[in-house]
Write a protein that binds this ligand. Structure first.
Ligand code: 13P
Length: 247
């Protein structure tokens, strides 16, 4: 197997259910900031579906790519309120987040109860539409405490990814559920162990493509800890929630 060329990091913002048209101002500021620095990363912002078209019209080109936060697994049909991958693409999106823990969460706790099988269907739909997927995996606090982190993350990864994955169209995001929006971050050793485990699983299954796939870390990433987190082996960028709302 050949050694992958240096992996270009991706920093992706996830605005979640935040933002209206006026908030796109922040992205003008971000764009101006990026122009001032030599920034060796790809940058994407996954805005609410209602803003994708407007963001795409802001002509940031490849400097700030736009993305959606979810898509349906079917191409079209009677799915009131849902958005297909092709619709996101048509609105200008380049990326889509799939399998975020806020969608995997049980319905009774406000989530959508999405299984990894459903996530896999969404990845396939995104591939078909020509969108790149950010596939999220991550353990609950109880799973971390019971020592099941690697088992849980490994199973999510196995079941969420179809066999047809390339480094160009799939990015993995490891987001421990207990670190999201909590201000808590795992230790460097904990992140390193999970990212190393994901890298091994990807390489075993996809060979060179798995060795070259980007693995992002997400969960309470902010300006004060970003540099330290990005320096960890096998961390190839970040998926940023709350902190991405500010340029
Ligand atoms: P926070 O950065 O707000 O913890 O959110 C992380 C996240 O869920 C990104 O998808």
């Amino acid at each position: 197997m050949s050694v992958p060329k240096k992996i270009k990091p991706l920093v992706a913002g996830n605005w979640k259910m935040n933002g209206t048209g006026a908030d796109l101002r922040e992205l003008r500021r971000l764009h101006a900031g990026l122009a001032k620095h030599k920034f060796g990363c790809d940058v994407a912002v996954c805005v609410p579906a209602t803003l994708i078209h407007r963001l795409s019209g802001m002509k940031f080109g490849a400097k700030i790519m736009s993305g959606g936060q979810d898509c349906h697994g079917a191409e079209k049909g009677a799915h009131t309120g849902d958005v297909s991958a092709e619709m996101l693409k048509d609105a200008g999106a380049k990326w889509v987040i799939v399998g975020h823990s806020e969608r995997r969460a049980e319905v009774k706790s406000g989530g959508h109860g999405e299984t990894s099988k459903k996530v896999r269907d969404k990845v396939l739909a995104a591939q078909k539409a020509g969108l790149r997927s950010i596939v999220c995996v991550g353990e609950l606090l109880a799973e971390r405490k019971s020592g099941d982190t690697l088992k849980v993350v490994g199973a999510q990864l196995r079941q969420s990814l179809p066999d047809t994955c390339s480094a160009a169209d799939i990015v993995i995001a490891y987001e421990p559920v207990w670190a999201i929006g909590s201000g808590l971050t795992p230790s460097v050793e904990q992140i390193s162990a999970v990212h190393g485990h994901i890298r091994k699983a990807l390489t075993r299954r996809f060979g060179d493509a798995g060795a070259a796939m980007r693995i992002l870390y997400g969960g309470s990433v902010k300006p004060s800890n970003a540099a330290e987190l990005m320096a960890i082996a096998n961390v190839n960028g970040a998926l940023v929630g709350g902190a991405s709302l500010k340029a």
